[in-house]
Design a protein around this ligand. Structure first.
Ligand code: GLU
Length: 491
């Protein structure tokens, strides 16, 4: 049974990269009929930001990718918040100390800073590892008695004892095998002075205890892989499979996608609103479309068709199509995918899901609202476009588009306008097109003039949905009123 986990640190809102990691974990779990775990890695108390955990739950819920086990739901392997697992880390650090795979270190910050400065000057770099650990104040350089006293005297750290000179090998499902010589590594701190575990230690212990079979995370964690591998080996545990997802690059392809970049170029980087900053939800993206887009940041499905529902993705997700190279963010593509998903929804579904967007329309048109939404649906890119595209059904156009006015000024607006009004008086709104054609023939005026003028009167410009459908909804009196207004303006 595959078990995967999304393990965010609650240090702020989730960004696109974090959500993509969650999604890939979710898809992998569903594809393999496995379990998707959410573990909150909140051991770094200085970086913890209030409400971030709630934000993570809400974002995943909006996207419909809620975990099977998490801090709220619980599960067989809880607690799922690392801050509640202190006893477990204490127990497992003792295991490593007893095995001689870890040791206490008592060095002061000043002593380390001085050593670093010296080594950087003399050797061009500093590492606390097998080459120099005997220079420092730790349980390897103190007697057992001294060590015991020092542990009692002050808070100490525990470091991993990395064996010198051998290669550590780890493998990644996307990148193949990763090999690093241990001499490149440091004796990483596993337990901090405040008694809290470091990311590396807690992460490995929890992945093991939570029976995680595949670790799927962002590429920024690849440098940690050798240390994690060494930790598994130190415990004598089998390591899980690893898959590091490619970076998400900004639209220019130069550098990582950042919030600053999003602010500057007007696209969100968060799924939902965080404090003052709006997310994709508020910008009018459908969650299923947002997921469809971010799934393609690093994964190219085999099929040609780019539009996928969540269940399509669950069925088709395949590790072998996850790329190594960075994935460039493309707002236009994200918008296009959103538009395509919107057209797939029925008007009734849109109204049910976004009642606020159509509240004003509903107050005037009641049951007819669905017909209006159907009419404008093809023109929507974002859900929020509903308000602007349906405005003409709520109020008369305030301004007329100058270009459109120039176009209709080629006709005798008063004459054509009066003919249109006559058609409406006789035929009501039904069969208006035939009436326009007939009247046009009588006066030697093309159908285009009738239609363009009516459209400008109704919409304020030469754009908008099907004219005759719009007229049917607006009705005779509103249409006549708007025609009169245009005729009077152009007189
Ligand atoms: N807590 C790490 C993060 O914030 C988890 C990395 C991992 O998945 O191992 O992304």
């Amino acid at each position: 049974m595959e078990r995967v986990r999304f393990a965010p640190s609650p240090t702020g809102p989730l960004h696109i990269g974090g959500l993509r990691t969650a999604l890939f974990n979710y898809l992998y779990a569903r594809k393999h009929k496995g379990v998707f775990v959410l573990r909150v890695e909140d051991t770094d108390l200085n970086r913890k930001v209030e409400n971030s955990e709630a934000y993570i739950h809400e974002s995943l819920a909006w996207c419909n990718i809620s975990p099977d086990e998490d801090p709220i739901k619980g599960g067989e392997y809880g607690p799922y918040r690392q801050s509640e697992r202190g006893d477990i880390y204490q127990k497992y650090i003792k295991v490593l100390l007893d095995k001689g795979k870890a040791y206490y270190a008592f060095d002061s910050g000043e002593a380390l800073a001085a050593a670093r400065e010296k080594d950087e000057k003399e050797k061009g770099g500093f590492k606390y590892n097998a080459q120099n650990r005997m220079r420092f104040d730790n349980s390897l350089t103190n007697t057992d008695k001294e060590t015991a006293e020092k542990i009692l005297e002050s808070n100490t750290v525990v470091r991993l004892k990395v064996a010198p000179g051998v290669d550590v090998m780890a493998s990644d499902l996307v990148r193949g095998s990763v090999r690093v010589n241990n001499n490149e590594l440091e004796d990483k701190i596993l337990m901090k002075k405040d008694g809290m575990p470091t990311y590396h230690f807690a992460n490995v212990v929890d992945d093991y205890l939570m029976k995680i079979t595949t670790v799927i995370r962002g590429e920024e964690w690849l440098p940690s892989l050798p240390i994690h591998q060494l930790l598994y080996e130190a415990f004598g545990w089998d390591s899980p499979k690893f898959m590091h997802l490619p970076l998400i690059l900004n639209p220019s392809g130069k550098g990582k996608l950042s919030k600053r970049d999003g602010d500057k170029n007007g696209y969100p980087v968060f799924p939902i609103q965080w404090k003052e900053t709006l997310g994709y939800r508020e910008a009018g993206f459908l969650p299923e479309a947002h997921l469809n887009y971010i799934a393609q940041l690093g994964w190219s499905p085999k099929r040609e068709e780019e539009l996928m529902s969540l269940s399509d993705m669950e069925n088709e997700f395949d590790v072998s199509n996850v790329q190594k190279g960075g994935a460039r963010f493309d707002l236009e593509k994200a918008r296009w995918i959103n538009q395509q998903h919107l057209t797939k929804l029925s008007a009734v579904q849109i109204i049910e899901r976004y009642p606020d967007q159509v509240a004003a329309l509903n107050a005037i048109y009641g049951e007819k609202t669905a017909a209006i939404v159907e009419l404008v649906k093809e023109r929507l890119v974002l859900v929020n476009d509903l308000k602007t595209t349906t405005e003409i059904f709520i109020k008369d156009p305030i301004e007329y588009d100058p270009k459109s006015m120039k176009r209709i000024s080629k006709f005798d607006v008063k004459q054509v306008g009066e003919l249109i009004k006559a058609c409406i008086e006789i035929h009501e709104i039904i069969d208006l097109k035939d009436a326009f054609v007939q009247k046009g023939e009588e006066h030697g005026i093309g159908l285009g003039a009738f239609m363009q003028l009516t459209r400008v009167a109704i919409v304020g410009s030469l754009s908008g949905p099907d004219l005759f459908e719009m007229l049917k909804i607006l009705g005779k009196s509103v249409t006549l009123k708007r025609l009169d207004r245009l005729i009077n303006i152009t007189l």
